[in-house]
Design a protein. Structure first.
Ligand code: APR
Length: 271
């Protein structure tokens, strides 16, 4: 991240009316949440995503898939929002409209205090039944590492409960997609954070915003598939870059509110 890049991004955000944040797994890295691929470690390393994250995989081995998600749910329950999540909460005070559209299923943006969050891939803390999608918010059995558990039955229809996340081959929640796309079409600035830009349709969101005239800022320690579309690339972990960026936005806004001190009176307003 260069100071010039940071200032440029801060000026874009300070002048924006509608901002959309598009976040991915890197956003939660500093909260200790493994990415999907990192979560396929240890006990689970011998499986592939088709076995652990598809309806067919769940039907073939419900105990295994339920237990993998029970283990991940426990880890998410222990995790806390990191300074990047908290900086986005602070950013709400500096832009009139801010919506976070996330691919993450950990619920940490909401836990941090972001007021408007669109979850494109569901939420691992919620469960619903396999056959009818009945939501279930009652107690679930605690998970001990190494355990295998059967998915509990839905109290309404008896079909097995499953995580309320979008598996490979499933449709994204329609309301979430419609809202995210309509916001992307109308925003002034879209901030891409911690995504490789390889999972569609989420990866299209910044491109939609760009086509409709938005400026694009990206935060990531590494270039991604979307870096080519960014006006400003702020290289670094989001837990460090975002607090610095939000400070710079606050300063840019307070400078804009004050007449410049070192300019003679007559020259002001000439620009
Ligand atoms: N801060 C910001 N970005 C980071 C950090 C960090 N501290 N650490 C890593 N990253 C970046 C990586 O450089 C990479 O570009 O986060 C990105 C993570 O990429 P992926 O694991 O591919 O995550 P994502 O783009 O969200 O796609 C994963 O799998 O589980 C599903 O719903 C999930 O659709 C999503 C997909």
């Amino acid at each position: 991240m260069t100071p010039e890049g940071l200032q440029r991004a801060a000026r874009m955000l300070a002048g924006a009316h509608r901002v959309v944040v598009s976040s991915g797994a890197g956003m939660s890295k500093e909260s200790g949440i493994p990415t999907f691929r990192d979560a396929m470690e240890g006990l689970w390393s011998s499986f592939d995503p088709q076995e652990l994250a598809t309806v067919a995989g769940f039907r073939a081995a419900p105990r295994r898939v339920w237990s993998w998600y029970a283990w991940r749910r426990e880890r998410v329950g222990d995790a806390r929002p990191n300074p990047g999540h908290l900086a986005l909460v602070d950013l709400q005070a500096h832009v009139p409209r801010l919506t976070v559209v996330t691919q993450n299923v950990d619920g940490l943006h909401t836990e941090a205090g972001s007021a408007d969050v669109v979850e494109l891939h569901g939420n691992i803390r919620r469960v619903k039944c396999l056959d009818r999608g009945h939501p279930y918010d009652g107690p679930l059995p605690p998970y001990a590492r190494g355990d295998e558990q059967d998915p509990p039955p839905c109290p309404l229809c008896g079909s097995p409960l499953r995580p309320d996340v979008v598996w490979f081959g499933e449709m994204l929640p329609r309301d979430a997609v419609e809202r995210a796309w309509s916001l992307a079409e109308r925003c002034d600035v879209l901030l891409i954070i911690g995504t490789s830009g390889t999972v569609w349709p989420a990866a299209e969101l910044p491109l939609v915003a760009r086509r409709h005239g938005a400026r694009i800022i990206e935060v990531n320690p590494e270039p991604s598939e979307l870096t080519h579309a960014a006006d400003v690339f702020l290289q670094g972990p989001s837990g460090e870059v975002l607090p610095a960026l939000v400070d710079a936005v606050a300063q840019a806004r307070s400078r804009a509110d004050r007449p410049p001190r070192d300019v003679p009176e007559r020259a002001r307003g000439d620009a």
